[in-house]
Design a protein around this ligand. Structure first.
Ligand code: SAM
Length: 210
């Protein structure tokens, strides 16, 4: 009885952990600590701003989003907003390379639509097939291209392209334009946006095949 009351106090009606100021501060600390250890893998010292999240997720047609893949969720800054907006029968696969973040995400999010994968964006097709999923309607990626080798940039782009379902879209947010030629070499349509109210300001690339 006491345990079930406690669980109700920390989970919202959909079973997700309630965000308190303390938990938000804890997320930020975990992010900063990991930035200091792996600055290249993170690319930014703090999680994405709500301006960037709203601008990027504003591109998603939620009625046709059945399988969504997020690369590099970090402490779940985008993840919680995607879960809030996506339909009850949709699935979200988050692929994260950093083990600390994977551990955090698995404990912080209780949602049967969410699949947390410890892996790399370059293996997305293999990860989806392990989950018996065919492809993605949307891929949302904040994995920073600038510090990567050229071959890794090319592999991640080609994999994202190959993992998309027909009519699907990849939404990238980046802190430089390094990714652009790689995206243009794989996708027939690359539309661009920019969000200055983020640290650092972010370039957005919306990629699809016409
Ligand atoms: C700029 S941070 C974005 C974090 C979070 N999505 C946000 O918006 O605040 C980049 C994230 O990508 C992850 N990452 C870097 N390379 C990756 C890769 N090859 N595959 C999956 N995740 C990767 C990092 O560990 C980090 O969590």
């Amino acid at each position: 009885m006491v345990i079930s009351l406690l669980i109700k106090a920390i989970l919202d009606p959909k079973g997700r952990m309630l965000e308190t100021r303390a938990s938000r501060n804890g997320q930020k600390l975990l992010f900063v600590k990991n930035f200091l250890q792996h600055p290249n893998m993170l690319g930014s010292v703090i999680p994405s701003s709500r301006f960037l999240i709203n601008r990027l997720l504003g591109q998603v047609d939620w009625d046709r989003a059945r399988t969504i893949v997020e690369y590099g969720p970090g402490v779940g800054t985008f993840t919680s907003h995607i879960l809030d907006r996506m339909p009850p029968d949709a699935r979200l696969v988050v692929v994260e390379k950093n083990e600390d973040f994977v551990r955090y995400l698995k404990s912080a999010f209780v949602d049967s639509r969410l699949y947390v994968v410890h892996g790399s964006a370059e293996d997305v097709q293999e990860e989806l097939s392990k989950l018996k999923m065919d492809g993605a309607d949307y891929i949302i990626s904040g994995v920073p291209y600038t510090p990567m080798s050229k071959s890794l940039r090319a592999r991640i782009t080609q994999e994202a392209c190959a993992a998309l379902n027909p009519g699907g879209t990849v939404l990238f947010y980046q802190f430089t334009r390094t990714a652009l030629p790689y995206l243009r070499s794989c996708f027939t349509q690359v539309n661009r946006g920019f969000e200055p109210r983020n640290i650092p300001p972010a370039y957005l690339f919306y990629c699809s095949q016409t």
